[in-house]
Design a protein around this ligand. Sequence first.
Ligand code: OAD
Length: 227
Amino acid sequence: MNVVVLSGAGISAESGISTFRDSDGLWEKYRIEDVATPEAWYRDPALVLDFYDQRREQVRAAASNAAHMALARLQDVAMVQIVTQNIDDLHERAGSRHVLHLHGEIVLARSTVPPYETYPAGGNIALGDLCPRGAQLRPHVVWFGEEVPMLERAARIVQKADVLLVVGTSLQVYPAAGLVQYAPKGCKIIVIDPNAPHISGMDVVTIKEKAGVALPRLVEEWMGHKL
Ligand code: OAD
């Protein structure tokens, strides 16, 4: 059984990590164009670095929650591949072995010159922190208006799903949101989100509950039936 998970900020909400579009979400406090675009980086890199330093500190202080851990347990009975829009590492810390980050990883820094190599980002990234080639480092995240290099790999993973779990994402950001459409015929699609987005043209089971409640229950049920 091939379980593919498309996760978003909502799966980490119960770990205390801010979502983007809920009330009190990050995009109520910041304007995307000020902190999450290449133009913002050219205009005011210190502001952009500060925004992502805060994200990194929030992630470092957080721990995986019951939803992340349930997905890690599910690996005992199924092949579980996670495609996450999240830049946190809470899936990995819970023990999930196959995690693809569509929008980058906050625990890594990236060079601003080709071949855009990544480096562990211990603490904050400061202006003047350079890669070995002498270029400024930036957070290893995908900004609005940038390519999503992992997209094709993600689409190939979704195309092989027997079950697609869509957890904690408003499905408002493309191309990530379009990945659901790659689910093959016969794939069971389950959406877990208290405020679940509508997915048009597809047969979907919706569970309007928090991920930390619904996922452990679902996984226990599946494990009981030896998926
Ligand atoms: P959003 O903030 O857009 O959506 C979060 C979703 O999580 C909403 O549908 C909530 O209802 C749901 N949610 C909240 N708490 C939950 C819980 N405890 N359990 C389950 N669901 C819960 O976040 P994303 O869809 O991940 O990209 O946002 C997508 C992208 O937009 C992000 O990766 C980021 C952002 O701008 C970039 O910065 C490029």
